[in-house]
Design a protein around this ligand. Sequence first.
Ligand code: SF4
Length: 379
Amino acid sequence: MAGLYVHIPFCESKCGYCDFHSVVAEDDVVDAYVEALTAEAEYSATVLGPHQVFSSLYVGGGTPSRLSELQLERLFEVLSQRFDLAEHAEITVEMNPKSITLSKAMLLANLGVNRASLGVQAFQDWLLSRLERKHSVRDAWDALAVVREAGIAHCSLDLMFGLPNQTTADWRQTLAMAEASGATHISCYSLVLEEGTPFWQAAEAGHLQLPDSDLEADMFERARSVLVSVGFDHYEISNFAKPGHRSLHNENYWRRVPYLGLGSGAHSFWHNRRWSTTNDLSHYISSTTRDGGSVRDWEHVVSEQEAADETMWLGLRLLDGVSDGLFRQRFGVSLHSVYAREVDELLSRGLVEWRGDRLRLTEIGVSLGNQVFAAFIRT
Ligand code: SF4
């Protein structure tokens, strides 16, 4: 079953490292956006027809918890009226610790949300302020308590490593706090300097003290060993889950299950087409409100070769790997017959291995994942 993604491109302030599609906006702009989004949802549901059932809904951003309770109600009302969600669908909302209140969390729980994704990032106030995050460690603990009290069963934390002046001891403490929080899912991302961001400019000017690549690799290994030792399953390069708590929605991205994205800047993958809606916010609001149909920024028909490449480099992100049997079912040939040169080279370097009918990353391959994925990405 397909996934449904809704993008909320608003934040209370802009973090120095962020190049996501998000802006700081007044309430009337957010109101207009929610109306445009509901128009797009109605239009898209009509185009899809009545028989499409979604196994997951993911509201991401930006900061979805920036929406008011009225706006959240309006959004979920339209989504639930227009789209069929499977009986036990996974329904996730991304939340910023600063903007989630008990009454908002209870409303979301009543609207069917069963998974919270909290952007905690670090458990040191000085690091949060270095990242220009507006929340504190206290806010993160309060948000965790609020989510639990509202009865939202699954809670995922986003954490970051490789941060300016961050030490191994800081990272160890963050991992220990995350584990102690009772979160059922943890995502660990290294800081990426995206061109044009204030962090990128500071690095260019030599004003950013970042851990070197060896220390960053150690931090990643530390996350693996700590989280696995306390019962998390390392199921994707950056993601760890307690048994039964993998992110179905994200796992489906890596398995190339179709998804429909709504909202400005949202990506979709449907019937071998990929497209993105415009991230020009005022264009999105005016055109979508007027015409209903979303305004596409680009659209691409995925060729069979590209589909096979994607199956490899997306599928290998999952530590279960890529099944040769499923590859044959989809493409009519074994994956080795298509990628003999790439696979043999990666095998000889010890970066991948066969486990039954699955080609998967080895321990070394996990650390050098980008080299493995690059073997299947053609420009
Ligand atoms: S809260 Fe998240 S989306 Fe918003 S600016 Fe910060 S990093 Fe970007």
